[in-house]
Write a protein that binds this ligand. Structure first.
Ligand code: F6P
Length: 329
């Protein structure tokens, strides 16, 4: 480790945006690593909204005991649109300063990172981001905390749907989460052998979906699963159902998995990732090259400039789509 930044004596940690399984593991790792470094640590409840309300709780080693296996976040979280305003961030900075907090660790997704980045740019506050979102859509990191668990939850659900779909020779449209990200749909589609994966961001080729299903039926398939990503506008899965009926007389059932994908005990992969990231986040804070974000890059957890993690990642879509299509003939 480089020279320790002696000006950091007290840090705070918060979760922001949609929760994700493994956030508790990250909180635990941050708190225990910081305590080990002789720092004082505050947890901030309910994300940036709680920061603005001054909702701080001092954390000790036992305050993060027995949480590693639990989904959700003991600190709770929120979406806080007001944090887009410079005036609000200024107020937040003053609240942190009054509490003598020298650095902030934010566990969340792109929106949360952007708030943290602006706080750092405008007020010079040392900040570190930990990617916590089921969507796996943060640039600069191969994986985000919670993605593995969410995919596993959805895969288990689709496997169950496949059982009944097979027994009744039915077609199902299963909608998974990811308002702006195709990652869950892609992974779940590949892992469940889905006949089709549909992304709202693309022009949906309903004729192609019908043709694929009919081809499958012809070669003796007894069920078809179409995985559809949630998208920004609700209703795509019902639209697919309607179009299949219209064009081919196929009676598809719709199943929307929804928020079950955000809950549940984190997988071992998410626990390990979050623990490593929490540890690296505190070390990076003390090294002083903030603002940074922790990232999983080719098997290693590293810290990268926060600037490189502000955008949404969308770069692996084509080859996964090709993979899914090639395997679902
Ligand atoms: O946290 C990410 C995510 O779960 C997306 O997959 C989903 O589209 C969105 O959040 C739902 O957010 P909310 O629970 O706030 O409606």
């Amino acid at each position: 480790m480089n020279q320790k930044n002696e000006s950091i004596k007290t840090i705070a940690v918060l979760c922001s945006g949609g929760d994700s399984p493994g956030m508790n593991c990250a909180i635990r790792a941050v708190v225990r690593t910081a305590l080990g470094e002789g720092l004082k640590v505050y947890g901030i409840r309910r994300g940036y909204a709680g920061l603005l309300e001054g909702s701080f709780v001092e954390m000790d080693a036992s305050s993060v005991g027995n949480i590693i296996q639990h989904g959700g976040t003991i600190l709770q979280t929120s979406r806080c649109p007001e944090f887009h305003e410079a005036e609000t961030r200024k107020e937040a900075f003053h609240i942190l300063k009054r509490k003598k907090i020298d650095g902030l660790i934010v566990i969340g997704g792109n929106g949360s990172y952007n708030g943290a980045y602006q706080l750092a740019q405008e007020h010079g506050l040392p900040v570190v981001g930990i990617p916590g979102t089921i969507d796996n859509d943060i640039e600069g990191t191969d994986y985000t905390v919670g993605f593995d668990t969410a995919v596993q939850t959805a895969v288990e659900a689709v496997d169950k749907i496949r059982d009944t779909a097979h027994s009744h020779a039915r077609t199902f449209v299963v909608e998974v989460m990811g308002r702006k990200s195709p990652a869950i749909a892609l992974h779940v589609g590949v892992c469940t052998g889905a006949e089709n994966i549909v992304f709202p961001s693309e022009d949906v080729d309903y004729d192609q979906i019908s043709a694929d299903i009919r081809r499958g039926l012809k070669r003796g398939k007894s069920s078809s699963i179409i995985i559809c990503a949630e998208g920004e506008e609700p209703g795509l899965s019902y639209k697919i159902q309607e179009k299949l009926k219209e064009s081919s007389g196929i009676d598809a059932h719709v199943c929307i998995l929804g928020h079950i994908q955000r809950g549940g005990n984190p997988s071992a992969i998410d626990r390990f990732l979050a623990s490593r990231m929490g540890f690296v986040a505190v070390k990076a804070m003390l090294e002083g090259n903030t603002p940074v974000a922790t990232a999983y890059v080719k098997g290693e957890v590293v810290s990268i400039p926060l600037e490189n993690s502000l955008k949404k990642k969308d770069d692996y879509l084509p080859h996964f789509v090709e993979l899914a299509r090639s395997l679902s003939i």
